[in-house]
Design a protein around this ligand. Structure first.
Ligand code: HEC
Length: 158
């Protein structure tokens, strides 16, 4: 029977472990995560992901997919602006509206006219805009580059 006992013991100890983590998270000692800070982090992760996928789709001439990711970038930017997101005293909403939005717009136009050269030019502007805002917010050690590979389990060819 010892085997059976350990089969029951392991989940029970795991549950105890998990519940101790959960109750630690809820302990009043911990500061709740600042909402704007969370929004900025989430936006940057998605900016990086969607801008990477946008490039792979555009380069493959998959205009429908490229448009999808261009819209995602547009929405993230509009949300930062509308919600007046600030971070370390900087108005990221206003900055993204001025620095990044025009670059996204120019890629949007290239996608509409399905012009690969225009797309590449616009895309360079997006990457420059990412890095310009990192410079403006004293995060210029975060240096975004033009993607060179497909790390996703996703096909970008039309
Ligand atoms: C409005 C200014 C602004 C714009 C525009 C901007 N960033 Fe950022 N980015 C920041 C700030 C501020 C941080 C630091 C956030 C933090 O401390 O968590 C950051 C952090 C990051 C990080 C580090 C977090 C991580 O997940 O590794 C990445 C990557 C990133 N940005 C990618 C991008 C990309 C890609 C774009 C363009 C599509 C972009 N950012 C546009 C301000 C900006």
């Amino acid at each position: 029977m010892p085997k059976q006992v350990s089969r029951f013991l392991l989940p029970a100890s795991l549950i105890f472990f998990i519940s101790s983590i959960v109750s630690n998270c809820n302990s009043p000692k911990q500061q709740p995560i600042d909402d704007d800070e969370y929004r900025v982090q989430r936006t940057m992760v998605l900016y990086q992901r969607y801008s990477h996928k946008l490039y792979l789709a555009g380069k493959a001439g998959n205009w429908g997919l490229a448009e999808f990711y261009e819209h995602e970038l547009e929405e993230l930017t509009a949300d930062l602006t509308q919600d007046k997101i600030t971070y370390e005293g900087k108005d990221l909403g206003a900055l993204s509206n001025v620095i990044l939005r025009p670059a996204i717009d120019s890629v949007g136009k290239a996608i509409q006219s399905q012009e690969i050269e225009q797309f590449r030019k616009g895309y360079n502007l997006i990457i420059k805009a990412c890095n310009n805002c990192h410079l403006a917010t004293e995060h210029d050690f975060i240096n975004i580059t033009i993607p060179s590979n497909n790390p996703y389990n996703q096909q970008f060819q039309p």
